[in-house]
Ligand binder design. Sequence first.
Ligand SMILES: [Zn+2]
Ligand SMILES: [Zn+2]
Length: 348
Amino acid sequence: MKTLNLYGAQDLRYEEKPNPVLTLEDEVVIKVKAVGICGSDVSRYKKLGPYVKGMTFGHEFSGEVVETGSKAGRIKVGDRVAGCPTFYCGECHSCLKGNLSQCEKLTLIGARYPGAYAEFVTLPASHVLQLPENVDYESAAMVEPSSVVAHGFYRTSVSPGSTVAIMGCGSIGLLAVQWAKIFGAAQVIAIDIDDKKLEIAKEVGADVIINPTIHPLQNHVAEVTDQLGVDLAVECAGSPVTSEQILALPKKGGEVLYMGIPYADIEFERFYFERIVRNELKVIGSWNAISSPFPGKEWESTLHYMNTGQLTIQPLISHRLSLKDGPAAFASLNNRDGSFVKVMFLPH
Ligand SMILES: [Zn+2]
Ligand SMILES: [Zn+2]
């Protein structure tokens, strides 16, 4: 089968590999219909390098079940499915407490199992979710990132009537705009320096859009929130600058949710750091998407809201490619040459 394999930083190869073979009774083989490029894949490509040299990576995917082990339970050949690519150990302190996303040995396909930049992928049946009728394969490839965003929102105290600011309108930010509405936000403010992404934010439900290169960010947020600030500000850009600026957006007693990871040091000017102290902000981190019972409510609710149409994915997909375009696509993403939101491979 055709695959994309990472050999080192910026060394991605399009190669033929043997089709996967079932080795465990509880596994299934999935024909990959759609697989998205995650921001973390680009970081891994850029400088972090592979978990295992030559490993097929890619973890945001959907597909059709083509083979099942004898103990695959409810999963049948022909099922349309999304995969949960994350593995927890089940033995560490966090796992025993039921906090699976805090597992000491959290790992992904692309590390322990080969990943989904391939024509076929293998997963344990317990990691496989059947798709409701209205969820197409491309949307289903975004079940994982959507669950990541949902996981973050479940950690906040956002409630009906809240005002929410979303910093950064890449695919995670655009999902966050929609999740803010699902969690009951009355007003969602989307912030990005790319007007094209702001237009998509509007299309998927943002009430106010702000380009901080045109309007001073803090003033503008104050203006649209009766000078109060927002109940919740969500950092989805993952840059050192936005990780600092986000602290100026919540009202007193408000919350900041960090979902992006800047791969660089962050310095806080005194003004921003004092926001935490003087305004008694709650600063919340969020990692991964799984919870107990595995894979967790994040996944069930994602499928539910994709099925109802309250989560719309199609506007987020900017590129549809075949696997052989992989090396060139990663090079462009790395050089930021072009406007990308979600890039998807359709391996068949
Ligand atoms: Zn991801
Ligand atoms: Zn664990």
